[in-house]
Ligand binder design. Sequence first.
Ligand code: GLA
Length: 695
Amino acid sequence: MTIQEIRENYWLLAGKHYAYTLALSDTGNLINPYWGQVLPSQNDYPKPAIFTAASSFDSEYEIMPEEFPLREKMKFTDPCLLVNFENGTRDTAFAFTNAQISQNRLVILLTDPAQHFEISLNYQIYEDEDTIKKWVVLKNNGTQTIHFDRIFSANITLPHPAEYSLTHLYGQWNHEFNKETSKIPYGKLVLESRRLTSSHQHSPAILLHPPETNEYYGRSYFCILGWSGNWKISVEKNSFGLTRAAVGINDFDFYWPLAPGAEFTTPPVYSGVAQHGFHEVSRRLHTLVRSHLVPHPTLDKKVLYNSWEATQFDVTITGQKKLAQIAAEIGVELFVLDDGWFSGRHSDQAGLGDWWPDQAKFPNGLKELSDWVQALGMDFGLWIEPEMVNPDSDLYRQHPNWILHYPDRQRTLARNQSILDLTNPQVQAYLHEYLTKVITETGVDFIKWDMNRNISEAGISANGNHSAKQVWVQYTHSVYRLWDQLRQRFPHIIFQTCSGGGGRSDYGMLTRADQVWISDNTDPTERLSIQEGFSLFYPASVMESWVTDSGAAVQDLDYRFLVSMMGVLGIGADISRWNEQQKQTARTWIERYKQLRPIIQHGTQYRLLSARDAGYAAVQYLDSLKQQGVIFYVRSTASQTASPPVIFPQGLDENAQYTLSDIDEQRSGVAWQQLGFRYALPRNYSGQMFTIRRI
Ligand code: GLA
């Protein structure tokens, strides 16, 4: 049993190694008395403490590890709900009503009888990954609408008043997933997106940990939100030194009316604790994403070719056929036609919204190309950007008000495009019809779903019939709806999420997409740290990484392949310009990648040397049986006088014997791990791949 009521009103949620408890306090509040390693006996789990007010200025709630703080009594904890009842009351008064356990789920029901309002706190345990999924359902059982200005998904309270640091990923377009650690000050720290997507700026994911925690040592608590729209994580350390984090849909410009009888379900939060550094967090989250979130968990991701960087908008049937021919020759398995294929799309000025093949470029439709690609033994993929429209398009000319806008405000374009109001059922129906048509007529195996701008003028179109501040949530629900309809209709299609690179990479998307385009930045050296940051919360099996012409002047093909093989290998270079030798190099690496793919995509990843230090990077992958592994080791720009770093392999079976290719030695797992090894790379932008074999 992963969830049990071990005492009256005391619940134990246990994974393989870690436990979380919930209990009612003497005041009737739901609290979290324990969060840490599984304890040997049920008696070990601490009873709820008695909390007392420190003064008439600070009630007992200041020091109480409340599970879902609400606005009531004399409480200054930032509440998870902001609510207005019709009678003017803005406090809630919830009482515990019941708890239901079924298999690995727990639902705790709280009710506010005066307002006929209920909240259920939902928990699901992923035992192997030691992760708790939490989400909240609100229900209005009364006869009057309840008005919300905030609905968060979860709150976590760190066990002890102590000094903690926050680690998260920040960035911008072309420069995503930078890891940053900062000390949590007394006061509040907010990470958020107000851009309509989860954004390039911050990932909706945090680690909270003692300052000394590093890659392989120390404790961390993680919290990741599964939501692709505006979000907020606020971390607050109060004057008693207690640190909390509240996570959910952003309350910026948010309003939600809950009609009588209606329900609202928040997006989920995935949280847990780890004792052995950031690596342990990543390892467990990688498994969580691979085994429980993505639509096709066991799939080996294909080596793809994407023609975007080779042709940009200059798409022709002959040009694409030629690229496909070469791609097949070097071992590519999936050919993706990017932007530039649909009606009127000759530049980024026109065409978005008109989702049928451009007559001049594809006089016989797209089927001619997809047949060609499939005859070459590859799958066929297609780029779409359904949420967008260019003013220069048939769609916009017919329906200029189908976009998010305000009638009395100028419409701000970005990349010459506007955002369609997906909350409008007519817009949904239009997109569903045309996308279904092109997918069916073409025969598509893979879709790259892009979104190339952030919001301006967040007003709903004339046809919408809901309140304006609901747009943020309605929009995200609408993207999910359209996506899910297409997935249902075409279950074999593999989706990739992209928003100008990594602008919409989140656990909400990863329940729909199997792959992520993490950055438009394909310079291999810059990519190294983007990939490393991404790996904190997301597995290599979802991370597309292409070998392109970016940086090719000084960074040779071997180096570019080594960097791209750390994820789902792709090629984005103009291969029509490659000579025979380059093609042979690519063919060899692609072949080796296919052999190692099960380990890279489904094995355990270890960050051995950080790309942010000293000009070297090394990443290891090991299969689950610890039989085979691979280490990618590259030198970007290291000082000529510095000696090569020591690389310490990880995760090996300590007593087994292993060899590493290109290192003429056999050692026990523990010896490799304790002694490490050195390997001189003679020049900048060079690398080496070592295969690990158990003897
Ligand atoms: C975005 C994507 C790119 C490419 C272009 C096409 O920038 O991230 O990979 O698809 O759009 O316009």
